[in-house]
Design a protein. Structure first.
Length: 153
């Protein structure tokens, strides 16, 4: 189940590449059924909050016509940032499963762990699912960006 859902999140991440955005994808699942999926759209939306997790949460809330996603799990290709970690808690998502660790901005243990804070809702967290595939997609994207930047300089 973990790999099947993370593969779906990776498929979403590929869609972010079309917009030249950081390839992060998210899938929200309830009772083993995909409820919502999204990918980063920050550049094409010109909106710094258009992260995959936020967009997927919005879609799932719309699907249920509820503000809370009790009993839902989220699969994300990269460890959430502080904004997305907070949104996951506020949405009352049950489990967070992520692929790549983010040593610069990850808030599920890499830089800090928002999920260990005693908020009103506790999210169970498991990282490193298909880590190699998720990390490679991200590192390839940033290598390409750095190469293009150096060619333009």
């Amino acid at each position: 189940m973990f790999e099947e859902m993370m593969t779906k999140a990776l498929e979403q991440a590929v869609k972010a590449l079309v917009h030249d955005d950081v390839p992060v994808g998210a899938v929200i699942v309830k009772d083993e059924k995909v409820i919502a999926k999204a990918h980063n759209r920050r550049f094409c939306d010109k909106d710094s909050t258009s992260h995959a997790e936020i967009l997927a949460i919005r879609k799932a809330c719309s699907f249920f016509n509820e503000q809370f996603l009790d009993g839902c799990d989220i699969y994300v290709t990269c460890e959430p940032c502080i904004m997305c970690a907070g949104a996951i808690i506020q949405a009352r998502i049950k489990n967070l499963y992520f692929g790549a660790y983010d040593k610069k901005a990850g808030c599920a243990g890499s830089v800090l762990n928002v999920f260990d804070t005693p908020f009103n809702h506790k999210v169970s967290v498991k990282g490193g699912i298909m880590e190699k595939e998720c990390s490679k997609m991200l590192s390839d994207f940033f290598k390409k960006k750095r190469k293009l930047d150096s060619e333009e300089a």
